[in-house]
Design a protein around this ligand. Structure first.
Ligand SMILES: [Zn+2]
Length: 459
């Protein structure tokens, strides 16, 4: 919850990025900042929740995948793109593909701008939503200016990116990419109501399409490229005083579960030398993982720690389970951190008293992702022209996004814009009107740039 003063402090902070009024648009097109801002906030009425301030827009969002509000905004989106003359296709995961024809009348897959309209239960107004509203604003701007791209361009609203209601994040882009089986995705159950599945909600709202959720050119909906504008969800742009992040990839991560075995013993009568204390060992292991990651400029985090539910104050715990999440832009560093951690854990396990034993499982291995050089170059060109090299920065995404999956099947890259204090997945998540507009203009320029590059390449 932000006090009024804090909000005001940010607005002056945000003014550092008020480049939106002064930038030169190399395409000759200029997005409508007011229209973008109003559309974003008007449509956020569907799912608005968690009021935190005086202004009507001072709320977060609770627009969970395929709830009634998500269905409302989806129907609105369908109507808006059709008003622009786009064709609309919906696949078997409810992914929505809006397509605006290019002047070449090419049957080649469209250049897509994608993101998601669903939110976390205590989410904000920008994560995902900005990407879709920006994409729509790009189409509106092209449309009203009579501007034709060479190839078809369009928007994709990916279903269930958040994985909050149906617990699998980047769910439908994962199915599209062939990484998640559709039956598994369809069978995901509402975390509060096991009688409701993702598929039953698709059916209830009329979003179970007929096209295969796939990049297959015959049965599915292939894409020629995928660009995603997103709030950074971290503090790096703000800390470096940059307006646009040119995202060249996503870091790799591994999730491990460690189980440390000891022996329960009376805390008053068992001297340290006679103990096998798994909680003490776990705490040393967690601290060691932090130091090792730090040394490698990587991240290591423990989000869950479990002791048996019958543990007591005056008993040494018998067993402890904890998670370890290791991240870095290079897989080799992720591996090195893991190896060093395991070695350190071996040492720690023998240290106190009679020592403990441990075993571990690898639950998730998500290799680092490198986005497409040409897409990244298009975004960099857009950023250079709009704000100059000194105000943009190459970066690696710390979080997963639909673009991570699309990049497996089509040239893809992302644009980041700063958000207040780097906060997201929180009602007070905020991105200034200027930054939303600048990011949207960058999205437009990147798409136009890439479209021209693709036309040259093909001819
Ligand atoms: Zn998102």
């Amino acid at each position: 919850m932000y006090a009024k003063g804090a909000t005001r402090a940010f607005h002056s902070n945000a003014r550092r990025f008020s480049t939106a009024t002064s930038f030169q648009a190399p395409s000759g097109l200029k997005i409508n900042s007011e229209r973008l801002w109003n559309t974003l906030h008007e449509t956020s009425e569907w799912g608005a929740a968690h009021k935190y301030g005086e202004n009507p827009t001072d709320t977060g969002m609770a627009r969970l995948t395929l709830n009634d509000d998500d269905a409302r905004v989806r129907k609105w989106f369908a109507a808006e793109v059709q008003k622009l003359g786009c064709s609309l296709s919906i696949d078997q995961m409810g992914n929505m593909f809006a397509r605006q024809p290019g002047r070449l009348n090419s049957t080649a897959p469209m250049i897509a701008m994608g993101s998601h309209l669903d939110t976390q239960p205590r989410g904000g107004r920008y994560d995902g939503i900005l990407g879709i509203m920006a994409a729509l604003e790009v189409l509106r701007t092209m449309n009203e200016s009579g501007f034709w791209t060479n190839f078809d361009v369009g928007v994709v609203n990916w279903t269930n990116e958040e994985g909050a209601r149906f617990p699998k994040s980047m769910c439908a882009s994962g199915v599209w990419a062939g990484a998640i089986p559709i039956r598994k995705a369809w069978d995901l159950r509402d975390i509060h109501n096991p009688n409701v599945t993702l598929r039953s909600e698709l059916e209830r709202h009329g979003f179970l399409g007929e096209i295969a959720c796939s990049s297959d050119p015959i049965t599915g909906y292939p894409l020629g490229a995928h660009f995603e504008l997103h709030i950074e969800q971290g503090p790096i742009l703000l800390e470096n005083n940059r307006a646009i992040g040119v995202v060249r990839g996503a870091q790799g991560y591994r999730w491990l579960t460690m189980t440390v075995h000891g022996k329960d013993a009376h805390t008053g009568t068992t001297p340290f030398t006679a103990r096998q204390d798994p909680l003490l060992a776990s705490s040393r292991m967690i601290a060691a993982s932090h130091d090792i990651a730090k040394k490698h400029n990587a991240l290591a985090s423990t989000g869950i720690i479990k002791v048996p539910s019958n543990a007591s104050t005056n008993t040494v715990a018998s067993q402890v389970t904890f998670t370890l999440d290791i991240r870095h832009p290079h897989d080799s560093v992720v591996h090195a951190v893991q190896e060093e951690c395991l070695k350190a854990f071996d040492t720690i396990a023998s240290q106190d008293g009679k020592g403990v034993s441990f075993d571990w499982t690898l639950d998730t291995d998500s290799p680092a992702v490198k986005f497409d050089d040409d897409c990244v170059a298009s975004i960099q060109a857009a950023a250079d022209q709009l704000v100059g090299r000194a105000k943009s920065m190459l970066m690696t995404s710390g979080a997963g996004h639909d673009t991570v999956y699309t990049s497996q099947h089509c040239p893809s890259a992302m644009i980041f814009v700063p958000c207040l204090d780097g906060v997201s997945h929180h009602p007070t998540e905020f991105c200034s009107q200027q930054d939303c507009a600048l990011g949207t203009q960058a999205l437009l320029e990147a798409v136009v740039h890439y479209d021209q590059f693709r036309a040259k390449k093909d001819h």
